[in-house]
Write a protein that binds this ligand. Structure first.
Ligand SMILES: *[C@@H]1O[C@H](CO)[C@@H](O)[C@H](O)[C@H]1NC(C)=O
Ligand SMILES: *[C@@H]1O[C@H](CO)[C@@H](O)[C@H](O)[C@H]1NC(C)=O
Ligand SMILES: *[C@@H]1O[C@H](CO)[C@@H](O)[C@H](O)[C@H]1NC(C)=O
Ligand SMILES: *[C@@H]1O[C@H](CO)[C@@H](O)[C@H](O)[C@H]1NC(C)=O
Ligand SMILES: *[C@@H]1O[C@H](CO)[C@@H](O)[C@H](O)[C@H]1NC(C)=O
Ligand SMILES: *[C@@H]1O[C@H](CO)[C@@H](O)[C@H](O)[C@H]1NC(C)=O
Length: 435
């Protein structure tokens, strides 16, 4: 029975994927764009302009404040890092001479010395979105080579100022070019976002063969509306998106905005929980030098991170939804599941919910331990048929971990005929019998 279930679980991830060995679980790190955009005035804004200083300071924070330990390893440059013209002699991209006076190689060396990885940005087309030199089809090989020589570990290839025909040639071409450099470089493709994110214009089988991750949909903005808009799109098109994701190749709903200006605590919990359920890349875009204690504790909470990083790499599914309540389910290794109950409502009262595991098609084991992931607290031991009750605040989430109780080692007496268990210890926790 167990074998059968595990085989089924692996089915969606059996597509051929980009063979560069990286990102077997969703990548984690920090990316400049959402929070720092295209600020280039380092005279007036020395702390927030796109400069080597910004990336070095973020790298320092990643290491000193526990981020790297929690799994956040990438430091990613986005748009607006180059001079307005390529080098006239060599044709290569030139890092802005004032803002990156030492160039990218020393920055990569510094970031590597901290045990971190460096990501960079390019744009397939005449210009980047910010109006800097783009990478036209004839410049792909040269730019890949340049990035490899600098020691870059990841390239995001944006799609402003390109045509659909150029994208169809250019995205696969960059994949080959990166491979040809001999340096392992993860590859993030914005291609589907420029072609509406859906078949027949978008071929997810092909994307999985050439990219490690791809932006399917519009840019995230600093608002709860933007988060909900993304989550709703992911739910609506999940039958297309879920089979596309798996180890080495991920759908990317865009950056985490937790720790920025707009999200409440509940909304922050909700974004992180949903990105965990969606097996999404976790790239924070925030100011790690100023982030508050609560946001930091949330983003470093091992509960949602462990769900996000589950080795099976199966993207979660919107299991059912009522008017303003989504119930999402993600299958994890070892017969476990993550459940996110997302309250999208604006009514001022917490929503009362009654669920059973069998209503979520979780029926295999005799008993399950259900844990509130953020509270890190076991809620109890449940038979699949048993109802459990809880409430979810407006614009907030309940993130649950559901684990089969292995009766062999932990609770011999459950196997007795009665099953009327009065108390069971799970780890250090005493569980009431609810079944
Ligand atoms: C290039 O592709 C080949 C075949 O797909 C793969 O074996 C190799 O590891 C790749 N090399 C790099 C540097 O990505
Ligand atoms: C352009 O490249 C040449 C040859 O490597 C180099 O001497 C020159 O300094 C470069 N110019 C700029 C603006 O980087
Ligand atoms: C890119 O530039 C070329 C040459 O100026 C022009 O013909 C082409 O239309 C431009 N492409 C886009 C998508 O703007
Ligand atoms: C999508 O890409 C795959 C892999 O390259 C290819 O085999 C398939 O024919 C493509 N599908 C369509 C509809 O073009
Ligand atoms: C739940 O399981 C049943 C029986 O295996 C299946 O028919 C049904 O499609 C499942 N429901 C969902 C939403 O996965
Ligand atoms: C309890 O679960 C069994 C299968 O596990 C199912 O056949 C039965 O209908 C369930 N009973 C209730 C009351 O839901």
């Amino acid at each position: 029975m167990w074998t059968l279930i595990i085989c089924l679980a692996l089915l969606p991830v059996l597509t051929t994927s980009l063979d560069n060995g990286v990102m077997r679980v969703p990548p984690m790190g920090w990316l400049a764009w959402e929070r720092f955009r295209c600020e280039t005035d380092c005279v007036r804004n020395p702390h927030t302009c796109i400069s080597e200083r910004l990336f070095m300071e973020m790298a320092d924070r990643l290491v000193k404040d526990g981020w790297s330990h929690a799994g956040y390893k990438y430091v990613n440059i986005d748009d607006c890092w180059t001079e307005k013209k390529r080098n006239a002699t060599t044709g290569r991209l030139v890092p802005d001479l004032k803002r990156f006076p030492n160039g990218i190689k020393p920055l990569a060396d510094y970031i590597h010395s901290l045990g971190l990885k460096l990501g960079i940005y390019a744009d397939l087309g005449n210009f980047t979105c910010g109006g800097y030199p783009g990478t036209t089809l004839d410049q792909i090989q040269l730019d890949a080579q340049t990035f490899a020589e600098w020691g870059v570990d990841m390239v995001k290839l944006d799609g402003c100022y390109s045509t659909p025909e150029e994208r169809a040639i250019g995205y696969p071409k960059m994949s080959k070019a990166l491979n040809k450099t001999g340096r392992v470089i993860a590859y993030s493709c914005s291609w589907p976002a420029y072609d509406g994110g859906l078949p027949p214009k978008v071929n997810y089988t092909l994307l999985g063969e050439i990219c490690n991750l791809w932006r399917n949909y519009g840019d995230i903005q600093d608002s709860w509306d933007s988060v909900l808009n993304i989550v709703n799109w992911w739910g609506k098109y999940q039958d297309i998106l879920i089979p596309a994701a798996g180890p080495g190749h991920w759908n990317d709903p865009d950056m985490l905005i937790v720790g920025d200006f707009s999200l409440s605590e509940g909304e922050s919990r909700a974004q992180l929980a949903m990105w965990a359920i969606l097996a999404a890349p976790l790239f924070m875009s925030n100011d790690l030098r100023r982030i508050g204690r609560t946001a930091r504790a949330l983003l470093q909470h091992p509960g949602p991170i462990n769900i996000n990083q589950d080795p099976l790499g199966i993207q979660g599914r919107l299991f059912f939804s009522t008017a303003s309540l989504d119930v999402w389910k993600r299958q994890l290794k070892g017969g476990r599941y993550a459940i996110a109950v997302l309250n999208k409502g604006t009514g001022g009262t917490p929503k009362k919910v009654e669920l059973s595991l069998s209503s979520l098609n979780i029926t295999t084991a005799q008993f399950y331990v259900i844990t509130d992931v953020y509270e890190d607290k076991p809620l109890g031991l449940y038979k699949p048929n048993a109802s459990f009750h809880f409430s979810v605040n407006p614009s907030d989430v309940l993130l649950l971990l559901v684990e089969p109780l292995s009766c062999k080692c932990k609770c011999k007496f459950v196997l007795k005929e009665t099953c009327n268990v009065m108390e069971i210890r799970y780890g250090n926790a005493l569980l009431e019998d609810v079944a």
